[in-house]
Design a protein around this ligand. Structure first.
Ligand code: CA
Length: 432
């Protein structure tokens, strides 16, 4: 099936600037939003305009696209649409591209329909696009794993023995995954002060971000049935930018022997527009060489990754943003296909709406490290902000903003941003 939606020469009758993340070649899904009439709908986005897919369908613009059910987009999550599979996602995305093509007068010249279908981003409230079932977090950046191993264990044996043989991961928790814009509270918990033999309870002093991307799956398999590296991409609906908030002091004390728990599950935030692999196709690129032979089920062609620029800003309260990290998705050692193949090799079932985090994406240069832990090297090298203040970790009222985009000639395909403010420890209202 041709991907005419990716034609770099295509223009839309909706205007946008040349550096928009959302040209007509993108057509992300998700963007579940409340309209100005307080109706919940599934949307897409062109430039700074949100498009109500429920209204488009109601007015017949998806007629002839099988097998869409009548209320497919008048829901509060994308899960049913994701379940319909890649063929449907592609047909719908192509149809949206056609409707908004500058040459197509059908909706362009129908003012009444346009007023019901198109919303300015300022008029709407974005929600979590997917009811996330299970959430798994990988640990697939060799640079990140090496930095952490160097700091906490042994620089000469920074990678644990399994790391070059499998995409290491743990099962996370989906109940505290939130969209961009929702503030979070500094978590409290147990920590073990240096030199002490008694843990203490209190606010985490080392709240950090983790620059990650995540992919969202469709129903991939039956229990017992592995998914091969070759077919894995067919089960990936799309990707988001993902901030896996972490409390390093809580993590350090609790993580042995079963891995992180409360240090990770107080908040994780995602960008609200899910960009499809179809939209990312022009940005396919080669990942790193495997440094050790891998078992057959993890053998992959090299081109199963994407060239996605990633940036992180810290913005103090009433201050200006400072970009503190520039990284790229292509640095990851293990690609998404290897991750999904490994995840299912034992027969583990993967469902529509599951989410898989990449793990912190660090590059090789110090300004490409994807966490404060690495950027400040455990606090030894504070990061300077452009207001003159320094950060070892995240302060109360700081906002952490992550952006992702691909660029290839004139076309930019972006994810927008995931931006959340850290508030002080939650105070129970009953105290007052
Ligand atoms: Ca993580």
């Amino acid at each position: 099936m041709p991907l005419q939606t990716n034609d770099p020469n295509r223009k839309s009758w909706i205007g946008y600037s040349s550096d928009s993340h959302f040209p007509i070649q993108n057509i992300p899904f998700g963007g579940v939003f409340l309209t100005r009439d307080n109706v919940i709908t599934i949307g897409t986005r062109i430039g700074d305009w949100a498009i109500d897919l429920g209204a488009l369908q109601e007015m017949g613009y998806f007629d002839g696209v099988p097998p869409l059910t009548d209320d497919m987009f008048m829901q509060d999550t994308l899960n049913d649409f994701i379940s319909d599979g890649k063929k449907t996602w592609r047909l719908v995305r192509n149809r949206i591209g056609d409707i908004f093509d500058s040459e197509n007068p059908l909706l362009r010249d129908n003012k009444e329909h346009r007023n019901r279908i198109i919303f300015n981003m300022d008029e709407i409230e974005m929600q979590l696009p997917v009811l996330i079932g299970d959430y798994t977090d990988f640990y697939s950046s060799k640079e990140h794993a090496t930095n952490v191993g160097t700091m906490f264990r042994d620089p000469d044996n920074a990678l644990l023995p399994n790391w070059l043989h499998m995409p290491v991961a743990y099962h996370g928790r989906s109940s505290t995954i939130i969209p961009s814009g929702i503030p979070i509270h500094r978590p409290q918990g147990q920590t073990m002060p240096a030199g002490s033999d008694q843990p203490i309870f209190g606010p985490s002093k080392l709240v950090d971000f983790e620059l990650e991307m995540a992919f969202i799956t469709t129903d991939a398999n039956n229990m017992g049935q592995p998914i091969s590296v070759e077919e894995a991409e067919d089960y990936i609906f799309g990707m988001v930018v993902f901030n896996d908030w972490s409390a390093r002091d809580i993590q350090k004390w609790e993580y042995v022997p079963l891995g992180p728990f409360l240090a990770k599950n107080f908040a994780s935030s995602i960008s609200p527009w899910i960009v499809t692999l179809d939209a990312l196709e022009p940005f396919r690129t080669s990942g790193p060489e495997m440094e050790k032979p891998v078992l057959d089920y993890l053998k992959s062609s090299k081109d199963k990754t994407y060239d996605i620029h990633l940036e992180v800003d810290i913005t103090p309260q009433q201050g200006k943003p400072t970009t503190i990290c520039k990284s790229n998705f292509k640095h990851l050692y293990w690609n998404m296909s290897q991750q999904l193949a490994h995840h299912t090799i034992n027969g583990c079932r993967v469902n529509s709406g599951d989410m898989m985090g990449s793990g912190t994406i660090s590059g090789s240069k110090p300004d490409s490290y994807g966490s404060m832990l690495e950027l400040s090297w455990r606090g030894e090298r504070p990061v300077k902000l452009n207001d003159g203040t320094e950060r070892k970790f995240i302060n109360d009222f700081d906002t952490v903003t992550m952006r992702g985009y691909c660029k290839n000639g004139p076309v930019r395909i972006g994810f927008g941003e995931v931006s959340n403010q850290l508030l002080p420890v939650y105070e129970s209202k009953s105290k007052h």
